[in-house]
Design a protein around this ligand. Structure first.
Ligand code: FES
Length: 188
């Protein structure tokens, strides 16, 4: 509370809500606008949350989200295609290209980053001519950048299909990729 000297008039008190423009007769006051924005955001969140399982099912079936299937789904749901892409590109789980025969996940979690994840990514580009996020031209390898794979003590780490390769350096990466190309790790 602000004290005032005797004889000094008290400063006028403004209730916080009195500073907000009041409703107009057409109902377009600030409160009304906020309420409308809130309800349209809720609606959109609900639509998005229904969309995600459908996109997951499509990816499960096709291995990725094919453009023609997305277009059909957009028409069936009455959701604009741009919004579907907006949702799908927001989540890293979705991909828009078919996977290669081998999926290589290069870890960029903190421990791997500190211990040379970038060198591993560079070695991969040297071996395959493929950057993270791409599939090699022959369709054999897809390289992805991921966060911690949960085996930090082996950093830097990459996971090829279901198998973890740790304590990597450039030479080891070349060795692993060479074996994969020669089919020596198939079925292991
Ligand atoms: S940070 Fe790479 S496995 Fe944990």
């Amino acid at each position: 509370m602000v004290s005032s000297f005797p004889g000094t008039p008290e400063p006028p008190f403004y209730h916080p809500l009195s500073l907000v423009p009041s409703r107009t007769t057409t109902g377009t006051g600030l409160f009304e606008q906020v309420r409308k924005m809130q309800s349209s955001m809720d609606e959109q969140t609900m639509r998005n949350s229904r969309l995600i399982p459908l996109l997951q099912a499509m990816q499960e079936e096709c291995g990725y989200l094919p453009a023609d299937r997305l277009k059909v789904l957009s028409e069936e749901l009455g959701v604009p295609l741009s919004r579907m892409y907006g949702v799908a590109t927001f989540y890293t789980q979705f991909r828009f290209e078919p996977l290669g025969r081998h999926l290589v996940r290069v870890c960029h979690g903190t421990a791997c980053h500190v211990n040379g994840a970038m060198q591993i990514a560079d070695a991969m580009t040297d071996c395959l001519g493929t950057k993270e996020g791409e599939t090699s031209k022959d369709g054999e390898f897809t390289v992805e950048r991921v966060a911690c794979l949960g085996c930090c003590s082996l950093s830097p780490v990459m996971m090829v299909d279901d198998r973890v390769h740790g304590k990597l350096d450039k030479e080891k990466v070349k060795e692993v990729i060479g074996k994969l190309m020669r089919g020596e790790l198939d079925g292991q």
